[in-house]
Design a protein around this ligand. Sequence first.
Ligand code: ADP
Ligand code: ZN
Length: 731
Amino acid sequence: MAEAPGFFAEGELVGVLTTQPLDRLLDYRAPEGGCHPGAFVEVPLGPRKVLGVVWGPGKGDFDASKIRSVIRVLDVAPMREELQAFLERAGDYTLTSMPAMLRLATRAPGLGDPPSMRKVYRLGDAEPERMTDARRRVLEVLRDYGGLSFTLKELAEQAGVTSSVIKGLVKHGAVREEDTPRDVPFPTLQPDIAGVDLTGEQADAVEALREGVQSRAYGTTLLRGVTGSGKTEVYLEAVAETLRQRRQALVLLPEIALTTEFLTRIEARFGARPAEWHSGATMTERRRIWKMVGQGGTQVVVGARSALFLPFRDLGLIVVDEEHDTSYKQEDGVLYNARDMAVLRASLCGAQVVLASATPSLESWANAEAGKYRRLDLTARFGEAVMPEMRAIDMRAETLPSQRWVSPTLQKAVEARLAAGEQALLFLNRRGYAPVTICRACGHQVGCDHCDARMVEHRFLKRLMCHQCGETKPLPQVCPSCGAEDRMAAVGPGVERMSEEAAALFPDARIATLSSDLFGSARALKEQIAEIAEGGADIIIGTQLVAKGHNFPNLTLVGVIDADLGLQGSDLRAAERTFQLMRQVAGRAGRTEKRGTALLQTFQPEHPVIRAILSGDEEGFWAAEANERRQAGVPPYGRMAGIVLSSTDMQEAFDIGNLLARNDAPLRAAGAQVFGPAPAPIARVRGRHRVRLLVKAPKGVALQGPVAQWVGQVRGSNQFRLSVDIDPQSF
Ligand code: ADP
Ligand code: ZN
C-alpha cells in the first residue's frame, strides 16, 4: 500500500480499512478538521456506521460524487505505522485478510465512547455489624487484591455474591464506593527499586540484555535455563532497562502461568502492578489498557498472546516466557504463533525479544545455532537447588493389580516423602476419570456423536465429556450398542482416578487434585495452588496444569505415571513435546535446598527420548532431533503448510482434496510438494469431516504466494470450509 503522507486535510480522499469482510480499502473524504494517517474513525457503510482505520490516501477510482465523508475521528491515538506494517506482514505470513487482522487489533469494544465516570468499589475502614459468608467473601476478595478497585459486576462475580450484598457493605462503610474516570493511567513503575543480588552468571546475562535494550534496535535472545535458574529475575532487569529508556515492555505468558504470584513479583520489583491483559479481564479494563498503551499511560503489559496486537506507543521489549509452549499457537480468529509474531513485531518497531524457556522449541534452538538469535544460558539453579535426580521405573518389572497405576517402587518413594513431611507430585497428563468407557459385554466404546473421539468419563461432573467439542452426556447404564445392563466399565486412568488410587494407597495423606475441570474459576484454582504451596497438601495429583510456573517449595518427589503417553502416534514433534513436558514436570521437584527426585514410570526405558530425559543431555537430544528433522526436510529445516478441508459431507471434503492434489502446478512451479488428502489428525469435529493436505518445500521457498494461488482454485461454500495453517504444529 502507498506511503502515507503526514496529514489529510478536510475533503481529501482517504483509504479506510474496516473490519468488514471486504477485499479492499474504501475511499472516504477526510472530515472537518482533517485526520492523521492511522486515525481510528467511524465511517458510513450502506445504512450502518462501522469502525475503521485511515490506512493511507484514497485511490480515487470511485465515482467522486458518491464518496461519503468520515463521520468522526475517535478520541484515541492513531495507529502507528509500525502496527499497520505489522498487521500487513502478519496477514501476509498467515494468509489472513486485512479485515480479520484489524479485528485482532481492535478487540476492545466501545472504542469511540466518550470518557465517562464509573463507580468502583474498594475496601472501606469499618467492619460490618453482622458478618455473613457472602459478606466475608466480598471482603476477602478486596483484601486479596490489595488496593485494587472493582466494578460492581466484577466484584460480585469474583466473590460469587449478588450486588445487593456489596451495596449492603457500602452502607456499613466496610466497602467504599467511588466515582472514577474510566480511562485512568496505570500507576508508574519504578525501575530502580533494588532487585535481588544477581549471581555472576545472571549478571552477565542481564548485562547482555541491557545492551540490547539500550541499542533501541531489533534483536532476539534465547534465554535458556533450568526452572529456578533465575530467568525471570534476569528478564525483569531487561524490563527495568526498557523503563529507563522510557519505552514500553510486554511480557507474554501462557494464559495459565498468569498467576497472582507472578504479578506480585513484578509489583515487588517495580513498586506497582502492571496492566494485565487476559481473557478473564473485563471489557472496561481491556478498553482502558488499549487506550493507555496508545497514550503511554501504561509502561508494562503482562498478558496472554493477544496482547501482541495492542497499539503500543513505543514498544521496546517483548518477553515470551515459556516460549516453547504449544498454546502460543492457536486459532484466535487467525491462526498464528505468538512467538513468531513477537519476533516480527519487534523487528518492525526496533525492539528486543527475549524468548525464555527451560526447554526451548527446536525452532528457537535452531535459530540460535544458525546465529539468528543470541543465546544466553543460565546453567545453575539458584542457591543450593539442583536439578532433581531422574530415574526410570521399568514397568515391565513391576507387578500391580489391574486398573492400578502406581507401581510398588513409586509407592515406597511416596511413603518415604510423607514420612519426612515433604510433598510428592503424581503427574498424569489426562483430564477426567477414565479415557475410555467400554461395554464389557460387547466391547463397544462410547464415542462422541459429533467428533471422531472417545468420550472421557468425568466422575466429578458425573458425565462423559468429549475433549474435542466439549459435549457432555450422562454415563449410560445400558450399553448403547448391545443393550446389556450395568456392564459399562471405565478403562485406563485420568487424574480423577489417580486421586482415588492415591487415597486408597495413602489413606492418611491430604490429597489435592489439580485439573482444569475441577475448578469453577481461575481464582479458585489460584487459591488451591497457593494453599498447596503453603503446605496444605501432602500429595498433589495433576495434569500439565502443574507443569508450569508454580513453585511448591516443599515438593521433593515427582512421579510420572505414564512417561510413554506422549510418544505414541506418528507426530514428528512428539519427541520434542515429551522431552519438554517431562523436563518441566521434573523441574517441579526440589526447587529449594532439598534435592528432589523424579521417577518416570515407563515400559520402554531404553527409548532414546526417555534416555535423553533421564540423562538430561539436552544438547545431545536437540542435535539428534535436528538431524532427524533435517533428513525429513521438515520444520525448522523445511517449510510446511497444512490445509484442512472440512465439510458435513465426507465425500465432498475428499473430492475437493483430490482435486487440489491433482492441480498442484502452482506448488510444483515453486518447488513445493503436496501430500494427501488424508483424514486430519482428528477426522471429525462437531459433525464436520476433516481432510488434510500437507505442503512441503525447501527452506528457501516462501510458501504463502504459491499456496494462496493453489487453494484459490477452489471456492468455499455453505457447507465446505478451507483453512490454511502455515507452520502446522503437527506433521
Ligand atoms: P526461573 O524463571 O528460571 O524459573 P526465577 O527467576 O523464578 O527462575 O528464580 C527462581 C527463584 O529463585 C525465585 O524465587 C527467585 O526470586 C529466586 N532467585 C533467583 N535468582 C536469585 C538471586 N540472584 N538472588 C535471590 N533470589 C534469586
Ligand atoms: Zn465431540
